[in-house]
Design a protein around this ligand. Structure first.
Ligand SMILES: Cc1cc2nc3c(=O)[nH]c(=O)nc-3n(C[C@H](O)[C@H](O)[C@H](O)COP(=O)(O)OP(=O)(O)OC[C@H]3O[C@@H](n4cnc5c(N)ncnc54)[C@H](O)[C@@H]3O)c2cc1C
Length: 487
């Protein structure tokens, strides 16, 4: 591989989803030899519905040379965002996506998830690095490296294993087993149950609906909510529903198409706009399924020569569409650190201790940010499903009266602090109203350092502050709103 800082170092990436395929791209840029082991038989299987890529994800795609290809199969959301009452009438409209574009110089792109995986796959510089039908069954670590055993009887040897195998990760399971064998109790039950399911989701997509605007909309209801991306070419829809008792991966249910039909029937009569009910969308679907919505951020992201990226380490509710973007961020941070250490150790391999420092630094950089993003997503998903009366009041008495740019600016605080590859030029990027943290000049960065700790907790705390203000200055919406509270 041209420009490789260390010819002999080899990473084994388990999982060829969003995180795994992005890792293959970033490792190629970094000159890190690797293989991706994917248990499925194809790169872009027909599962899931949409994926929204934020400007910080777009920046990474631009560095990897795939932004234009992604844009070509995405549609911008031109008509903004609407939050609706359970009867489909609007509570609040905002030009959210224009603000996001103005803040960061890039669109929010909404596209089919399968199409996105296809872009990642088709643009790989070396497709032979991805092996299909390779299900990881076991991982054995020794002093010199790791051996990854596959269910087809073969194995792959490398220096590190990267678990990008999703929320039900086998790599994580093997890492935990080894950690507790060598240091009993280091991974406790709390950690094993850190990712729980409190929501399930009926997802689907189908043709564009001429009656619907080109927007992202939310329909509030008690205990569940609709999220819709309605566009000229396609409509994506999600019904989030609270489950009675939370569960973990150890006792999770498996869903069938009958479960999807049942859940769809329960909400078929519910309005999703002024003119349509959910059943109309569902009847025309191209695909639909029920999935668990897991949430949780692990407190340990590595052990020995194993390190976790993407949903394996951090899983958030999808209402803000930040999960996949966050997985890309984790891959980027890990790649930056590996690139740096491999370059400085070239041509020899970094020691076990040096790798531990890299993984610790990766975890230190990513964990607090992912906890913050998870909390923000958690608050939004629960607000949309009126999880308690305070959140219901927040959604109808407070949020509609905040300045139009508020949510975009809160999101902007997350977006502008996202990482990109630190050894690859970005190229032309339109300047926005909010400055990217890593593109500031030194003087600005110092000035910002003083306030950064306060800003760190901004999105969540500002919503709560707004709620308090709303409560203090109650009566904001008059008696019509009071009567709606009884819904
Ligand atoms: C309803 C919904 C909507 C969403 N919308 C958005 C959105 O709009 N924007 C956004 O950014 N995020 C969104 N997300 C989140 C996003 O889809 C995930 O964060 C992202 O797909 C995680 O990528 P990953 O590569 O970590 O894991 P995955 O995509 O789960 O990939 C894991 C891969 O590992 C493979 N694998 C598993 N076990 C093994 C094994 N033992 N051996 C080999 N391979 C294995 C799997 O086959 C799979 O290909 C959404 C999530 C949901 C549920």
């Amino acid at each position: 591989m041209a420009g490789s800082p260390s010819e002999k170092f080899r990473a084994i990436i388990v999982g060829g989803g969003v995180a795994g395929l992005v890792a293959s791209h970033t490792f190629f840029k970094a000159g890190i030899d690797h293989v991706v082991l994917e248990r499925g038989s194809e790169a872009a299987p027909p599962t899931g519905a949409s994926i929204a890529i934020y400007p910080h994800g777009a920046r990474i795609l631009q560095q990897l040379g795939m932004l234009e290809q992604t844009k070509a199969i995405a549609d911008p959301l031109e008509d903004g965002a609407t939050n609706r009452w359970p009867d489909g009438s609007p509570v609040q409209w905002s030009d959210l996506w224009r603000f996001v574009r103005e803040n960061h110089g890039a669109e929010l792109m909404l596209l089919e998830r399968r199409g996105y995986l296809e872009v990642l796959w088709q643009n790989l510089p070396d497709k032979s690095k991805v092996l299909f039908n390779k299900k990881v069954a076991d991982i054995v670590e020794d002093d010199d490296g790791v051996e990854v055993f596959l269910s087809d009887g073969t194995s792959e040897r490398g220096d590190i294993v990267i678990g990008a195998d999703g929320v039900h990760s086998t790599v994580r399971e093997k890492m935990w087993e080894r950690a507790n064998r060598l240091e009993p109790g280091i991974i406790d039950v709390k950690e094993k149950k850190a990712i729980t399911t409190q929501w399930k989701c009926l997802l689907g997509f189908g043709p564009g609906e001429p009656q619907m605007k080109n927007e992202l909309s939310v329909v509030y209801n008690k205990g569940y909510s609709f999220l819709l991306g309605t566009q000229p070419r396609r409509c994506f829809y999600f019904v989030f529903q609270r489950v009675k008792e939370p569960w973990t991966r150890y006792n999770r249910p498996r869903y069938t198409q009958e479960d999807a039909a049942k859940m769809a029937a329960e909400v078929a009569d519910m309005p999703v706009s002024e003119t349509m009910v959910f059943g109309e969308l569902w009847r025309r679907r191209w695909r639909g399924a029920v999935v668990d919505i897991e949430e949780g951020v692990l407190s340990r992201w590595y052990y020995g020569r194993t390190v976790l990226v993407g949903d394996t380490a951090h899983k958030i509710t999808p209402n803000l569409a930040l999960g996949g973007n966050s997985g890309m961020e984790s891959v980027v941070v890990l790649t930056n650190l590996l690139h740096s250490i491999l370059t400085s150790h070239s041509p020899s391999k970094p020691s076990h201790d040096a790798l531990t420092k890299v993984f610790q630094s990766y975890q230190d950089q990513r964990l607090p940010r992912m906890r913050q993003i998870m909390e923000f997503s958690r608050l939004i998903s629960r607000t949309q499903a009126w999880d308690n009366w305070i959140l219901k009041m927040l959604s109808i008495w407070v949020l509609p009266y905040l300045p139009q740019r508020k949510l975009a600016n809160d999101l902007g605080e997350i977006i502008r602090k996202a990482p990109m590859l630190d050894f690859v030029p970005l190229g032309d990027w339109k300047k926005g109203l909010m400055e990217w943290e890593d593109m500031k000049d030194e003087k600005e960065a110092k000035k910002d350092g003083v306030t950064s700790n306060v800003l760190k907790s901004l999105p969540v705390s500002s919503l709560w502050a707004a709620l308090l203000v709303g409560l203090l200055f109650g009566g904001l919406g008059g008696s019509a709103l009071v009567s709606r509270l009884a819904i």
